[in-house]
Design a protein around this ligand. Sequence first.
Ligand SMILES: Nc1nc2c(ncn2[C@@H]2O[C@H](COP(=O)(O)OP(=O)(O)OP(=O)(O)O)[C@@H](O)[C@H]2O)c(=O)[nH]1
Ligand SMILES: [Mg+2]
Length: 697
Amino acid sequence: MPAEEVEKLRNVAIVGQGGAGKTTVADALLFAAGAVTRLGRLDDGSSAFAVEPEEVRRKSSITSALHHASWKKHDLNLIDTPGYSAFLHDTRNCLRAATGAVLVLGSTGGEVKVETEKIWAWTDELALPRIAFVTRMDRERASIDHALEDLRAVGAKPAVLQVPIGSENGFRGVVDVLSGRAFLYQGDSGNVQEGAVPAELAETVAKAREQLVETIAEANDALLEKYLEGTELATEELVTGLRDGTLGRKFLPVLCGAAARAIGLHPLLDAIVELLASPAELAPWRGDNPKTGDEVERTADPHAPFSAYVFKTIVDPFAGKLSVLRVVSGRLHADLNCVNTVRDGRERIGHPLKLEGKKQAQVTAAVAGDIVAVAKLKDTASGDTLADEKAPIVFPPLPDAPAAISFALAPKSKADDEKVMQALHRLMEEDTALRVHRDEQTKEFVVSGTGQLHVEVAVERLKRKFGVEVELKAPKVPYKETIKGTAKAQGKHKKQTGGHGQYGDCWLELSPLPRGMGFEFEDDISGGVIPRNFIPAVEKGVREVLTEGIVAGYPIVDVKARLYFGSYHDVDSSEMSFKIAGRLAFKAAYDHCRPVLLEPITTITVIVPDDYMGDVIGDLNSRRGKVLGAEPRGNGQQVIRAHVPMSEVLRYAPDLRSMTSGRGDFELEFSHYEEVPGHIAEKIIKEAQAARAERHA
Ligand SMILES: Nc1nc2c(ncn2[C@@H]2O[C@H](COP(=O)(O)OP(=O)(O)OP(=O)(O)O)[C@@H](O)[C@H]2O)c(=O)[nH]1
Ligand SMILES: [Mg+2]
């Protein structure tokens, strides 16, 4: 397959914050390119990019979706991405497959939110060329200038390529200022006519052109010199300068339109083809050779050994699993044998597929740079690398999504436990930001996600896709019990019930151990006051109490029990009697050792813009937090680290969001256990006792 084909590929991620108009742009691009005959709409469920019923119901994307189109002999893979923060990890993953991004934003201004800032930073990290599309130019008070302010706010340097024709409801097309061509649309039909600049816009267009020429010249030393000398720059020079500047991310080309009315998409298709990169024009992918550990590179060369990166997985309960991958180098064809270099297993690729929203079309091959889906790989997950066995490489895994919120999952029916776990694991294959574990102590299934909405949508999908229904509750806090003092006590178990009696007698001394030491049992019996064979029974009795807890039913930790005295009976003593005696002695001593509750303390790392630092620290203090420090991160943000009790941050995600208008981020990590202050412990103990009474009622 000729390298030329690689040059004609564009993987376009359509990105922007929630509700910006991305899905509408994606559908309108398909329509304008003639890939579909009708303009799909999310509102009525006809969008080609609505792959989940939840998206139609919510009128918002919750997962990325792909489709493809051809434009001027180029092949376009269009990736519509979600914009709301709870699903943004998916957007980030998709950017790995993209060769360029179209940043969609509205035209009424004041709209840029933290999501756009994040996406912008990610495209920077990946050095992805991008263009902006200001949509909804048909709205009241719409103006490209509003959008420019928003773009400057995220640090972009706009290069405006177009002047709108008409405004608000009368918006009907655009003028390309460099070429002086006008694109005039007839109603909402998507039919376009090219013509000369309307006379009344001539002056505006001339001014816009001057401005654009200056922006292009400033980004290129040779052009700038000429420009400053007053030499007129030729259109070809400007076209090249525009492309170079876009690829070099020196400025951000800005186009406009109204996707819902199919206006302005043809010039956007042109810009995608002319300004965004082909896979061959981007930096090579770096990875490691898993055999030698050496760093290796792959360019989008169709003649190089095969390698591919799985950036997305789709699990269909009926059709099975689809791994969506970008071929990084070489060529993928039907029946290709390769290895998963992350899991060290062989995989066979059946028929490559092109995703078309919910549907797929079979293709015979895919060249370096292209995106295809592969069905039924044995053991391959999102973030894995597939490669030619003879030229193995492992690309870096997908970035971790923060687990910002956790819930306990309760299956609605008892028998469902197993089924819930299975379904969750399948869902996690698709959704790399979802995490599930079973808490050893509380025995709960705890599911974590990037936000409440994320977990709620996961629960909806569990029900629809796998027929399992669960309820979400706040997870239980795994408190523990311990002691602060030392005491001795006797435990004596004696029963005379006809025939064989029961007799066990032991003395224990309890003392606290340093935090995290668990439990220690010391056998300090001398003179055979308790026979050797009964001593393990005493320990067993004690260990039972440790797991049951005494004060509030939580496990007892960091205690030492010294067995130092006792007595026995030749006939009546048994293991059972000494086990009971051990329990009694432990409980009796425990009460005199100043028992306390321990709570898990987390280390929280909060990243917020400077302005919010005071509020966030104040709030952490009110949650019984101890601030460990705050450090500026250089970009107007502060990194605050604190120790906070887990019980106080179970619902931190929505709180931080509202406190910082969504600009804060945080991470939680378990740190250690600490004593619960008295008045709070009292409340927890009361609640635990009430719950225990209820269970026994
Ligand atoms: N007037 C007008 N409305 C538009 C236009 N484009 C999109 N909309 C409306 O804006 C709303 C959001 O559009 P979407 O395309 O779903 O936005 P999105 O960016 O995909 O949203 P998320 O997937 O939720 O992030 C919908 O109600 C659209 O009908 C437009 O060009 N003009
Ligand atoms: Mg959308």
